[in-house]
Design a protein. Structure first.
Length: 67
């Protein structure tokens, strides 16, 4: 029973903290244009991260620092 005197205020403080973080994210625009971010990975930019990570069927270009 004595543990409830500690757990109830801690849980109320946690809920208030979570609501504050959610309100902060909502005001900062974190939930705007959700579909655009989901479709961003589906469209190829044409930029490769590394020369060795060429698309299938393409030969990697030689970098000038290789011997």
């Amino acid at each position: 029973m004595e543990s409830l005197y500690l757990l109830i205020p801690l849980s109320a403080a946690l809920v208030l903290f979570i609501l504050a973080v959610f309100g902060w994210a909502l005001n900062r625009g974190q939930f705007e244009e959700l579909e655009q971010e989901g479709e961003r990975i589906l469209h190829a930019d044409g930029d490769e991260l590394d020369v060795d990570q060429a698309r299938p069927g393409r030969q990697p270009e030689e970098s000038p620092d290789r011997s």
